[in-house]
Design a protein around this ligand. Structure first.
Ligand SMILES: [Ca+2]
Ligand SMILES: [Ca+2]
Ligand SMILES: [Ca+2]
Length: 308
């Protein structure tokens, strides 16, 4: 028995030597994380795989191809001078906002069929505006936002070769008084657009579009509707029955506004004085302020309205 076992081992050893000389095969290498199967010159290699990756066996001389992949790894092998192909174009801007009047650089990348991505230079993309207040995009991909009266959606497009992609953006309103036609006039542009649309001379601060005797600037501050003549501020001063020392001031209030009553005893007095010691009550949008010290022969009142 001992003799037969020895002979068998020798034969295996010879086969191993002959095989190594003829095909340059190596041995299988492996670890806990990977395994590479036998490599061979002149023959297509075998695939290797582990729990973490797969790989086509290398081959020199013969061409075998295929894309192999796993959750962690992808390899495109076997091509002589292989070039991956682009499958899609992606545009990006994080976050997807541009402040009005500002510029930000858009990014572009290609997804390849070997499951990788490469960044594109901005100049490799042809940029255009699809919609919204983007005033320009440079050849480098720097998008410049125009002025807006509220946060406004926009979209841009990029084309690279036969691929194209679009990106949705938001132009952020950072200045409430800057759109052409209504800029710097002290009135919130959103308020002017809401009631008058764009480029309407009736939206000017000094205009009285509804003819109620109160200017747009006044109605804006007072929280009134500048296109409704019924929406106006009025102040009535009346007596209090049986109380000759009292005067009742009645006016309409709007939520979000504050009202301060002031008085003069003579119209030529130098300054208005804040009315102190008064009592106040509201009934819906009607406010009554009672002057408890209306002792003089005359007294003049005014109401200062403020907005936050
Ligand atoms: Ca603005
Ligand atoms: Ca304005
Ligand atoms: Ca008016």
């Amino acid at each position: 028995m001992q003799c037969r076992r020895t002979i068998f081992a020798l034969i295996l050893s010879m086969v191993s030597v002959l095989s190594g000389v003829a095909t340059a095969q190596n041995t299988v290498r492996s670890s806990a994380n990977y395994s590479i199967s036998i490599e061979a010159f002149g023959e297509a290699g075998a695939a290797a795989a582990s729990a973490l990756y797969t790989h086509d066996g290398g081959s020199l001389g013969a061409i075998s191809n295929g894309i192999v992949s796993s959750a962690h790894y992808a390899s495109k092998t076997g091509y002589s001078g292989a070039q991956p192909n682009a499958t899609s174009l992606t545009l990006a801007l994080l976050p997807t906002t541009i402040s009005e009047g500002a510029s930000r650089l858009l990014a572009a990348s290609l997804s390849l069929d070997d499951a990788t991505q490469i960044a594109l230079a901005g100049t490799a993309v042809t940029w255009s505006v699809l919609s919204g207040p983007i005033s320009s995009i440079s050849t480098m991909g720097a998008a410049t936002a125009g002025t807006v009266y509220q946060d406004t959606a926009a979209s841009v497009q990029g084309v690279a070769g036969t691929l194209n992609a679009s990106l949705s953006l938001t132009v952020v309103n950072v200045n409430a008084d800057d759109i052409p036609g209504y800029a710097g006039d002290g009135l919130d542009d959103a308020w002017q657009v809401q009631y008058f649309g764009f480029n309407n001379p009736q939206a000017a601060p000094g205009a009285d579009a509804d003819g109620d005797g109160e200017t747009n600037a006044f109605e804006f501050t007072a929280g009134l509707v500048p296109t409704d003549p019924a929406s106006r501020f009025t102040l009535a001063v009346g007596s209090v029955a049986g109380q000759p020392m009292l005067k009742a001031l009645v006016f309409t209030v709007v939520p979000g506004r504050t009202y301060a009553v002031e008085y003069k005893n003579g119209i030529t007095d130098a300054a208005w004085q804040p009315l102190t010691g008064a009592t106040q009550s509201d009934n819906g949008t009607t406010r009554t302020v009672t002057d408890n010290n209306a002792v003089g022969p005359t007294r003049f009142y005014r109401v200062q309205i403020s907005m936050p």
